[in-house]
Design a protein around this ligand. Structure first.
Ligand code: BES
Ligand code: MN
Ligand code: ZN
Length: 540
């Protein structure tokens, strides 16, 4: 697959993922104003809600069910005790609604919305996700949730239908293209095959945007879900190249020798303990048409595995550090979406990739590293490695003189202490920070603005270098890291730092449209921010 910038490409997620050794599946989504009478439907999703006098059908009169069928459905649902409360799922055999021997679907799935007057777009996204997960394997689903909000139904259904295939006996290729298992008969897909969303009007632009956004979130999830024995800097960079070139992004990759020569001391220092040498990937999106929009730089932390290095982490939960490249995954996925949608602004991503592991060649506590912009850091804890590679990447990104810099990273455990594991911490230039947090709230990733109190920046002074990489105190670790990064942003660049240590990776059960493991956060926050900035001009 090869296309020129700005040309449309096939919206087949499988093509986009072909470079990954294993991949998740996501249902194909479609938006229609009418479902053909002879369509084969496995599961028909019908929203219901808690009215003043008990269960009521939402979005009635869609043409999918006749008045008589709606009445029968209401009778069946109330007779089995369904109430319409939020997240209540009631399966009903389609046969019960058959007219002249023809059922509208094999199964009707009544989906409780709770109080419909209180429900927001995010509620609809979450409930669509819940319904996708309940719809069953390889099924053809039709959903009337789009009659309430087409955008929310499309996104929620697609994201909730994502499943990570994994390696369970299924055929998989490693990044070098070698077969890792001979068995290829297992069906890895257990998500619905297709989800057709019914809406008042089949808006093609809305559908395309939802498809591209959902594919981007799936791509970020796939990267995060891929174990570190497959995904290390070299294979990751090569995979990014394959995907990025396919959508018409400019690609540049620096290997360990070039990083050393060009003075990327932070990336080299973090990566030098591993046999898997570090990389720096740069992706460029040039819009096809002239525009007045500001130029944006994206930076994402790509630690393909974080053992802590010489300051080794404890064993318990170290496996979660497979997610320590979540920021980079979100940035790559956002760039792919920017190219596919031809967003009308120039965007350059700078993505540092390294594996943080102990060995006799690893950076030691007390070592001093020199960054790309000349600043030096005394490394007192090799587990505070993300900021070291981001420092170089942010300094490089600022050389392009962007108007805005959006950086995201699984940076600190302190993010989870402060905000829990579903709420990204958003720091940086005050007005831009607040805008990004607001947009993140709107799209349901729920980023929250956090301060950078000046005294926490003071705690990063070193006796022997410009900075130390940890403060002497336990408090405010998320903001301390934010302060550290601020040293690598050029004056005049509006910047934001999004700490996604918890939100990038779901270590508990699936909820709403969020599966286990990789979540794809903050892809949609960054996309919402780019769309917002595309509507502004350089002067603000
Ligand atoms: N990758 C971790 C942060 C992290 C922790 C992400 C848990 C996801 C889940 C980061 O590199 C790290 O180890 N940070 C240290 C910093 C400390 C040494 C100042 C931390 O948070 O403990
Ligand atoms: Mn670490
Ligand atoms: Zn880390």
């Amino acid at each position: 697959m090869s296309t020129q910038p700005g040309q449309p490409i096939a919206l087949d997620p499988a093509q986009i993922y072909s470079a990954l050794p294993n991949r998740g599946t996501m249902p194909a989504i479609d938006l229609v104003a009418e479902v053909p009478a002879d369509a084969e439907v496995d599961t028909l999703i019908v929203p219901v809600f808690q009215g003043a006098n008990g269960l009521e059908l939402a979005a009635t009169g869609s043409g999918l069910l006749s008045k008589e069928q709606e009445i029968t459905l209401w009778r069946v649902l109330t007779s089995v005790g369904a109430t319409g409360k939020r997240e209540e799922l009631t399966p009903v055999p389609g046969e019960l609604l058959a007219t002249e021997g023809t059922a509208p679907a094999t199964k009707i799935l009544a989906l409780g919305l709770g109080d419909i007057d209180e429900s927001t777009d995010e509620d609809i996204r979450e409930l669509a996700g819940v319904a996708s997960r309940a719809a069953g394997l390889g099924t053809k689903v039709v959903s009337s949730l789009g009659l309430i909000s087409p955008e929310a139904a499309l996104v929620g259904h697609a994201l909730g239908g994502y499943r990570f295939a994994g390696f369970k006996g299924a055929s998989a290729k490693d990044a070098a293209g070698q077969e890792v298992s001979a068995k290829d008969d297992a069906d890895a897909s257990d998500s619905p095959a297709t989800i057709t969303v019914l809406a008042r009007e089949a808006d093609a632009a809305l559908l395309t945007q939802a498809q591209v956004d959902a594919a981007a979130v799936a791509l970020a999830r796939d990267f995060v879900n891929t174990p570190a024995n497959f995904l290390y800097p070299e294979t990751y960079a090569n995979t990014i190249r394959e995907i990025a070139e396919a959508v018409g992004l400019g690609v540049e990759i620096l290997d360990e020798k070039e990083l050393e020569e060009k003075g990327y001391g932070g990336i080299v220092g973090v990566g030098k303990g591993s046999e898997h040498a570090p990389r720096l990937v740069r992706l460029t999106h040039e819009p096809s048409a002239d525009n007045e929009a500001p130029q944006v730089a994206l930076v994402g932390k790509g630690v393909t595995f974080d053992t802590g290095g010489i300051s080794l982490k404890p064993g318990a939960n170290m496996w979660d550090m497979i997610s320590d490249m979540g920021g980079s995954a979100a940035v790559v996925a956002t760039m792919v979406a920017a190219a596919r949608l031809d967003l009308p602004m120039k965007v350059i991503a700078t993505i540092p990739l390294a594996e943080n592991t102990p060995s006799s060649t690893a950076t030691r506590p007390g070592d001093v590293l020199r960054h790309y912009n000349g600043l030096t850091t005394e490394v007192l804890n090799t587990d505070a490695e993300g900021r070291l590679i981001l420092a170089d990447a942010m300094a490089r990104a600022c050389e392009d003189e962007p108007d805005y810099l959006i950086e995201t990273a699984t940076l600190t455990g302190a993010q989870m202490v402060a905000l829990g594991n579903r709420t990204p911490g958003v720091m940086g230039s005050i007005a831009f920070r607040d805008k990004v947090a607001e947009l993140s709230q709107e799209i349901g990733e729920n980023g929250w603005a956090m301060p950078l109190p000046p005294e926490l920046g003071e705690a990063l002074k070193s006796d022997v270098a410009d900075l130390r990489n940890i403060s002497a105190s336990r408090w405010g670790g998320m903001s301390v890291a934010g302060h550290y990064l601020a040293n690598f942003v050029t004056e005049g660049v509006e910047w934001v730092h999004i700490d996604i240590a918890g939100p990038a990776y779901n270590t508990e059960g699936a909820f709403g449209y969020t599966p286990k493991r990789g979540t794809g956060v903050p892809v949609r926050t960054i996309l919402a921010t780019l769309r917002h900035l595309a509507g502004t001009t350089k002067e603000g």
